[in-house]
Design a protein around this ligand. Structure first.
Ligand SMILES: [Zn+2]
Length: 656
């Protein structure tokens, strides 16, 4: 893999499309040549900047696994043994094929043996421990209103299609997807030796549709206030009258919890009605479907193929499965993420990269501070609170100070499904044990080998895993324009999340608390609603539009990211004029670097699915969307009223 500062050109001019003017379609100008000449690999749903980095990260993980596997005499129970044998258990395709449905047979039999709906509490709790999905998702997180303690959350779950809306649309495309989903269910039932697969696929679909009917939309689920509903055990019992809550909590290992946070109270009520009304035998088929879908990728080839055909090919447009070794790496990354991560950073993350990042983050925070201080639309009381929140931002870079422990986990080289189940159970115990402990501020929610970054509102922190700190995001050899346009934008984006339409609802201590004056909240919303309207007009595929509400937080992050990074960049020049490089001004290079990090090509099916499920706008609009709101972009490229990128000054949205 390429360490930070590899010898790739900082700006890849060869990927431009000079037939398009930057003033008319900036994304196309900066990336069009590359897009035209690039074919998405047949085993991928998208390709480009961070997807390629993610490939390189998986190459690095593969190297780690190979080197560990080649060593003799690994001690049983040691970390290297676990990594090696989890990988081997997936790679042993012969054994996996030989076993067929056998590894999950016992679970299917348990479901068949259910004699009354009173057993659902036990069954769902056991499923949760095994990592099998069910209608009630339970998880541990910091209490949204008291970040010093952990709480148990309930959230809607239990669907086989990517979103509730898929169940209610009846245009030709959606009907085709439903048919394909049913075909997969029927196939999985047949493969498992269960009768009447096709007929049952209809029953299962209809039951899921009823569950989906009680689901909140993704836009509703973004609302941090509406999804914070603290309930006592009695109150939840009142909502789930047809469900054995007591046993559910006992078997889940959380019998002592007296209060819970329910994200969607009306969902529990709707689910309760469905428990009552749907027949036991329909429910059993539904449970079997959950087990089959969740484990199909780890069973014999025909199971994995049926799963791939629907979830990857039909829904994502992926032409063929990734090589088995790639999928094995995914499994190791998923189940033993920090064990691999520790090795990964030792080999791939130079300490000087961390120092440089701390520098950049510091500069971006200064830019945010100055932006808040100079805002015309925000009054002093809100500014004081905003600055207070900014001051309390924590930053994590590269890798965690404290690594997760896997010592109680048993991994066997010839037991793939057993490994997955033990791993799920192990993580379940890790999670519920949090309920009796103080909040662990050192925890990371991404592994170091992940090419991504996040803002965590409960910890009020921005986090940058090692794997994103590479070109084209972060380049130790490139000039400041390139780095501020790329990783600077990413840092600004994550800071921006702390103040986006949802992030702004919590304070510097990570607690939901309204620290805005009414007047300032109104002024803020006047700006963001204009942004919603702008993005709703974007049409990435004919007839399919961006959901302005669903993507609002990310779009605010993108706009803020550009603004802060640009100001920090100018600040870093210390009053000097940015130098020309390759005939381009520093300002132009800043924006071109930004466009380059979103150089992604994705399949039509994937774009359509993401428009429904992803809170991020498609790559093109993560560039053109924010820059056309930013005055300095107009200056850098001399954009005029007749140009397609032009927005009249009064239509431009400026938040920071
Ligand atoms: Zn984001």
């Amino acid at each position: 893999m390429s360490a930070a500062g590899a010898d790739k050109p900082a700006l890849d001019i060869s990927g431009w499309n000079r037939d398009t003017r930057p003033q008319d379609d900036f994304f196309e100008f900066a990336n069009g040549g590359w897009l035209k000449n690039t074919e998405i690999p047949s085993d991928k749903t998208r390709w480009g900047s961070f997807v390629i980095l993610a490939e390189e990260s998986r190459d690095a993980v593969q190297t780690i696994i190979d080197e560990l596997s080649a060593k003799d005499g690994l001690k049983n129970g040691s970390n290297p043994q676990k990594i090696r044998d989890l990988y081997r258990s997936f790679m042993n395709e012969e054994r996996v094929n030989e076993l067929g449905v056998a590894p999950i047979k016992a679970y299917l039999q348990v479901i068949e043996g259910i004699s009354s709906k009173n057993e659902f509490g036990k069954i769902w709790a056991e499923a949760g421990r095994l990592g099998i999905s069910n209608p009630i998702g339970a998880y541990i997180n910091q209490d949204g209103k008291d970040s010093t303690r952990y709480a148990l959350y309930f959230t809607q779950s239990g669907l086989g299609l990517p979103d509730r809306d898929y169940y209610f649309q009846d245009d030709e495309r959606s009907t085709g997807l439903k048919e394909a989903y049913r075909t997969m269910l029927a196939r999985l039932f047949d493969l498992a030796g269960l009768s009447d697969g096709l007929k049952k696929s209809e029953t299962i679909f209809e039951l899921e549709k009823r569950i989906a009917g009680a689901h909140w939309t993704r836009v509703e689920n973004r609302d941090r206030i509406k999804t914070y509903n603290k309930k006592t055990r009695e109150e939840i019992k009142g909502m789930l009258t047809s469900f054995d809550l007591k046993t559910f909590l006992e078997v889940s290992g959380v019998a002592n919890e007296s209060s819970f946070i329910v994200r969607q109270p009306s969902f529990l009520e709707g689910l309760n009605a469905t428990i009552k009304e749907a027949s036991l035998s329909d429910w059993k088929d539904y449970f079997k479907a959950r087990v089959l879908i969740d484990f199909a990728p780890y069973l014999s080839e025909s199971f994995a193929q049926a799963h791939f055909e629907f979830y990857n090919k039909t829904l994502g447009g992926q032409e063929e499965p990734e090589p088995r070794a790639r999928r094995a790496v995914n499994l190791v990354n998923g189940s033993l993420g920090e064990l691999i991560g520790k090795e990964y950073v030792q080999r791939n993350f130079p300490p000087k990269a961390k120092a440089r990042m701390l520098d950049l983050v510091g500069n971006l925070k200064v830019a945010m501070k100055q932006s808040i201080e100079n805002l015309e639309w925000m009054t002093t009381p809100t500014k004081v609170a905003a600055l207070e929140k900014l001051k309390k931002f924590n930053t994590k870079i590269g890798y965690p100070d404290k690594w997760k422990d896997y010592s109680g986990l048993t991994i066997a080289p010839d037991d793939l499904v057993g490994n997955i189940i033990r791993s799920a159970g192990f993580e379940h115990e890790r999670e519920i044990s949090k309920l009796s402990k103080p909040v662990d501020q050192t925890e990371w929610f991404m592994t170091p080998q992940t090419v991504n970054a996040y803002y965590n509102p409960s910890m009020n922190e921005i986090v940058f895993p090692a794997a994103i700190l590479q070109p084209p995001f972060f380049n130790m050899k490139a000039d400041d324009a390139v780095n501020y346009g790329a990783i600077g934008m990413v840092i600004g984006h994550e800071i921006g999340h702390g103040f986006d339409d949802q992030g702004r609802k919590s304070d510097g201590d990570g607690n939901l608390r309204d620290w805005w004056t009414e007047e300032d909240a109104k002024a803020y919303e006047a700006r963001t609603s204009k942004l919603v309207a702008q993005y709703e007009k974007f049409e990435p595929e004919s007839g399919f539009f961006v959901n302005g509400q669903l993507t609002l937080g990310e779009n605010i992050g993108d706009l803020g990211g550009i603004t802060l990074a640009y100001r920090a960049y100018l600040e870093s020049m210390k009053g000097k004029w940015p130098p020309m490089v390759d005939g381009l001004t520093g300002e132009q290079r800043f924006f071109l670097s930004l466009a380059q990090i979103w150089r992604i090509k994705q399949r039509k099916e994937t774009t359509i699915r993401r428009l429904k499920t992803d809170t991020h706008s498609p790559p093109k609009f993560r560039v053109n969307g924010p820059v056309r709101n930013f005055d300095d972009f107009y200056k850098a490229f001399n954009v005029k009223a007749k140009d397609s990128m032009w927005l009249a000054p009064e239509e431009r949205v400026q938040i920071w």
